[in-house]
Every structure is written in C-alpha cells, then in structure tokens.
Design a binder for this molecule. Sequence first.
Ligand code: SF4
Ligand code: FES
Length: 264
Amino acid sequence: MVRVVINGKVCEAEEGESMLAVARREGIDIPAFCYDDALEPYGACRMCLVEVVKGAKKGITTSCTLRAVDGLEIVTDTPEIIQHRKVILELYLAQAPMAEPVKELAKKYGVSRTRFPKKISPLDPLHNRCILCGLCIRVCSEVMGVSAINYIGRGQYTEINTPFLEKSDVCMGCGACASVCPTSAIEIKDTEGVRVLTSWSNTEVELKRCSVCGRYFAPQPMVECASGKIEPDIEDELKDMCPDCRRKYISKRTILMTRGEVER
Ligand code: SF4
Ligand code: FES
C-alpha cells in the first residue's frame, strides 16, 4: 500500500491503482465517462482531468490513467480544470446532443449551450447519444474477444458500427457493449426467438429456448460458448436449459445423490 493525497486528504491506495478508482473509493467526485473497472483505463473522454501537484510529472492529466505512487498529490477541481471540463462538455453537447448524462453534467457545470455545430441525425443508430468514448469497442474486443464493432469514418464523420455497416457474423449478441455504454446509446431488441442489435447494422442473433420451461433465455452463440465450460458428465442435460431450470435440476440431482438414488 502507498499513501496519496487528494484535495488535501491523505488516502491509502494500492501501488499502481488508478487514481480515479482511489478517489471514488474515498467519496471524492471526479466526472468520468470512459472508465470501467473491467477494462484497462484508456483516457479517452478527458472528463476525469486532475492536476498533479506533487510526486509525479506535474501538470493536468487524466486521473483514470494516473497510477498511485507513494507521496503523489493531486487536486481535482481547480478553476483551470473546471474550464477544461466545460469546453469538453460543450464538445459533447455538439457530438451527442441527446445524451442525458452529458446534459446533466453540463448543467451541473453551468454549461447550457455549445459553440460547436450540433450533430443531429434522425437516422443515427446511436440516437445522437454517442460520445465516441470507445468503451463498447473495447469490451467487445478485450473482454468478449470478438471485435464485432469499431470506429468507422474519420474526423467529424467518425462513428461506431460494424465494418462496412454490414450485419456482423461474429457478434454473439451478449449485450456487453450496451451495458458499458455511459450514455445508453446502444439499442438491442429481443423479439420472438431473435435478438436484433439495431444499433449495429441490425445484426441478428438467434436466441436459445429452454428445453424445460420453453422461455428464450440467452443468445445461441453465448450458450454454445458457455456449454464447453459445464461439467462433461451432465452437460447434455444442462446445455439446453435456462439458468433457473438448471438450478432446479442441479439441486434436485444433489438431493437424489445424497439419498443414493442416482450415481455421483
Ligand atoms: S456507443 Fe456508447 S460506449 Fe460506444 S463509443 Fe458511443 S458512448 Fe461510448
Ligand atoms: S474516465 Fe478518464 S479519460 Fe475518460
């Protein structure tokens, strides 16, 4: 463990821990859009800027990528930092004018309009809410190992979608992208037997139906991926069941095994 100082408060941290994570644990509010503790910090959104006053390279930097070292001291809300955040929020108000978390944070910082031209498109599959933070791309490639989506286009035309705007044939329909998105930009719809990733070029993934209760419970590719991890001797019985029916099956089987009515 090391000691760091945030806004004059002495805090304990693990050496190398993200300073944003330390601040959050200490109840110190630093705005952040692109930080997720399941992923390596990347420093994309620039909202979490802080100023290093002692112990590392001095100056303004992103707290998510700043690592805790003994004696490090930072401040989180100087007038200069606040001014930087206001300008970034103006940019986000233009880039993603329908993103509620952006609007809320802008209001908190007294930013009510943007000097930049607003990008509004009625056909935007991300509903004018994408701030291009890249979290969805990174969770898809780094956690799921799939890379179904990526940045496409350049400069002001940059957006996130499937390559060539074609339906993805590698997407597993897991929905990890939607769960990490800080602005709820990604739309996924479950219809009878099919999951449609409407934001990702209407990619369709078949849903698996439970062999016991008949409910659609998960995307088929996810079930196939998980079934390899189930105990081999009971896999056949379990692989087509939803989690609820699996639990019931396992507890019933455990009771029968304890009574000696089925083999272990
Ligand atoms: S869709 Fe969401 S997670 Fe993906 S880049 Fe845009 S804001 Fe970030
Ligand atoms: S949370 Fe640090 S740059 Fe986005």
